[in-house]
Design a protein around this ligand. Sequence first.
Ligand code: ARG
Length: 462
Amino acid sequence: EDVRLWGGRFADGPAEALEKLSASVHFDWRLAPYDIAGSRAHARVLHAAGLLTADELRQMIDGLDALEQDVASGAFQGTLADEDVHTALERGLLERLGKDLGGKLRAGRSRNDQVATLFRMYLRDHARVLGGLLADLQGALVGLAEAHPDVAMPGRTHLQHAQPVLFAHHVLAHAQALARDAERLRQWDARTAVSPYGSGALAGSSLGLDPEAVAADLGFEGGSAANSIDGTASRDFVAEFAFVTAMIGVDVSKIAEEVIIWNTKEFSFVTLHDAFSTGSSIMPQKKNPDIAELARGKSGRLIGNLTGLMATLKALPLAYNRDLQEDKEPVFDSLDQLELLLPAFTGMMATLTVHGDRMAELAPAGFSLATDVAEWLVKRGVPFRVAHEVAGACVKECESAGIELDELTDEQFAALSPHLTPEVREVLNVPGALAARDGKGGTAPSAVAVQLADFRTDLDRQ
Ligand code: ARG
């Protein structure tokens, strides 16, 4: 029997090549539970409009429940000939309820409003999963900060030693970025909580169905679509979701890059746990940061998914076009990749061994306290322009002598500038430099402790 939903005006079935091209059931099957939930809500609204008797509604719901179980157990599966998940499930319902009753459910809806609704439901559920995984990673970073509250490290700009910072401060910078990604997901969810059900193919339904009732039934806090054309044709919610996944990928890749560098012999800032690193098939000594490298690599893939999706959406005329079927695979892939990556990445970060002594030893190197010399002079009334020059001259002197700033003698300081009295040594040490930056957001242990406590509170509240 012909399973197509549109057989009436066609003399023949589709060519095999078309059937193969057209099929999406192999990737949209994951929407099946949401399609069935949508069908239940639709049955109830048909009943409310007087288009299904109470008895028919009960049978319909029973049939959908049975179908749901068979989908969950794998007893019922979509096939290529079904084209998509919606058609497959309609076939399943007809098989269970017969044509007379089963055939009533399609009234007043279209696959266009169906798929737009289900996709929102699916992504909203997974946004919550993703939010949980992001919280886990933030938790691991906060844990690192809490475990090493006093460790100083070289803070860098242009990857060059810039000023000493606390390791906890640095790690929390990454956590702050991830917290914004989590916030983006919550804001996206609030915008996406609008149901297109009732939009029909594009124009709405003439059957007196109440879209607001369906929206409430399906948990769309924002109600139903204000415009049926927009409801069926808009996919900015997909693009925005793909952006957030890509942004997460990019933010994680930045941590990944640092872990890779920190894990080199030259840096020796961290050691990876055996369970979260890999070996080499030929070099017995190797212990590789594969998780971090996969994170770096996958971020490119996530950006590609976003870019491809934007290209699909560009210049599409209203309303639904079949191009839109291309909206699912990229964002499913982005989700799948993050759901694989984040637990591994979190495990790697949570089990990282931090070599605080090594970090602290390098913190003052590379004349990273030169700014402190300049600011010390400023506090004594020297204009910053002059102070910058004097501190620069100190660096120059050290560089030619092959020494660090604190190795300059009192005489050398005095020769460089009459303002450079021996008291300048007060700021030529890392703890002093850190403690001095005690304004909000600064790297002083007191300021970082406040940041850490605030972050912990926000994270626990989510
Ligand atoms: N499978 C389609 C999609 O993902 C939905 C079906 C709409 N098809 C149609 N010919 N109107 O967008």
